[in-house]
Design a protein around this ligand. Structure first.
Ligand code: HEC
Length: 104
């Protein structure tokens, strides 16, 4: 394989939807998560079975779910209004924060 070919493959991988494109900022996400902690717990470990644990879930999954709530694709009368005001940066930061927490 030529060096140029390797470079093309690396570039294709970087653009692949499987690779997380936006790496969120977990420190910023922690500040944005204050409102979320009422239900999901300070570190994403909810103690109420009605509210899912977010700690340690994959960031890409968490971001996908928040976007689905925001768009109305995933419906929940409690969670959907929480996702409405979030922009893509908020979502990536929140996802990075919860993904970095330890599930308990
Ligand atoms: C008033 C309680 C409440 C608050 C506050 C809240 N959520 Fe939720 N959240 C829920 C509930 C309930 C669900 C589960 C909805 C369902 O059953 O589909 C949920 C689901 C989720 C999910 C999907 C989890 C999964 O495993 O699929 C994510 C991600 C999420 N919330 C993030 C957030 C973020 C980020 C915030 C703060 C901006 C937030 N939530 C604030 C109640 C809340």
């Amino acid at each position: 394989m030529t060096r140029a070919c390797t470079a093309v493959l690396a570039f294709a991988y970087a653009l692949s939807p499987i690779a997380p494109v936006h790496a969120g900022d977990a420190v910023a996400g922690k500040q944005k998560a204050v409102v979320c902690s009422a239900c999901h717990g300070i570190d994403g470990n909810s103690i109420n079975p009605l509210w899912p644990k977010l700690a340690g879930q994959h960031a890409a999954y968490l971001a996908k779910q928040m976007k689905a709530f925001r768009s109305g694709e995933r419906k929940d009368p409690v969670m959907a209004p929480m996702a409405m005001p979030l922009n893509d940066t908020d979502i990536d930061d929140l996802a990075a924060f919860y993904a970095s927490q330890t599930p308990k």
